[in-house]
Design a protein around this ligand. Sequence first.
Ligand SMILES: [Zn+2]
Length: 395
Amino acid sequence: MPKVPLFPVTVVGSWPRPNWLLDALKKRQNGKLSFEEFNEIADEAVLLALKYQEDAGVDIVSDGEQRRDNFYSFVVEKLDGVKLMPVAELLDYVEDKRAFEAILKSLDVPAYGIKTPTAVGRITKKMPLAMDEYQFLREHTTKAIKIPLPGPYLLTRTMWVKGVSDQAYPTKEELAKDVIQLLREEIMALRDAGCEYVQLDEPVLTEVVFKGDTEKTRTFMCAAMAAKGDPVGELQFAVRLMNKVVEGIEGINIGMHVCRGNWSRQEEVLLKGGYEPLMPYMLAMQLHQLVLEFATPRAGELEVFAKCPNVRELGLGVVNPRSDEIESPSFVVSKVKEALKYFDPQKIYLNPDCGFGTFAERPMNVPKVAFEKLKVMTKAAEELRKMYGNGGEDG
Ligand SMILES: [Zn+2]
């Protein structure tokens, strides 16, 4: 296993996709390229994304999610019983169409561009979810690898649409059983293949917490989510699912990423609020690492960990993936110093707040800027290792 230094620099997952890859993706979605033909093209994009990370000095790399349309919809390629539906098409199944349309507009969501996976039958596996991604990356890097996977709550909540899924799965709980099994098998297979880090993405948890006051705070990812869902019940459901997925799995570092949306550069349309309301639920999940936003002021303060120092490893968001401005190394160092009030140096990882290219059609940045941001992170990590490490390397 590649040893990572103190304050490892890593990513949340996605990297902006080149235009020729987007063209290939469209052709794949229209059935004009086979799975193999598309992946041969995507191989080249993965190598580019990897090179940026390696050149920037990233310690734990991802494949930039170059083979994926987005961080959860890609499962349609790997599963039978799931269909990709444009968010706009889901409008037909939303209880309150007008309200949902208004949300899409106010949130600045390209409803026809973004697609979401929907269960249209019983889910069976055509192939593992991300083993192909891992194996290709492993052949091309000696760095530690992180594989992001959609979290069980996100997958269950997005895939179960009343009126579409209920013939195969009468309830979302029924679907959840298959989702849990799928993710458990995947994580264990990745571990057995040598993968060091898995990150389960659960960005909709913030939606559950921060909705409430106005409909505007709902996001588009769970079009079918019951408008009047009870937040406590939803969060408890998310905890149950997560713990069933990870229960007893050893030998791989399992993290969870939570953010407040990464689909718009207009900060004011993204969700806002500290982690306080989520903390009891996040800490009830048996995870090694929490990969959280902290570069954006919308995410609140690190002080939220004052009552539970060192409770988990922290993937500390230190740069904003949605801005042109390059943060300074001293900004990153000061963020880490704040985190050091609540975490030992060995527990802190440095990452951007989210991916740089979450949705294929709507990257949040260009490679050039993303690369500069990664370089700032590695520069800051070097300084921090001098300050807190023994001779710069983890003991
Ligand atoms: Zn995110």
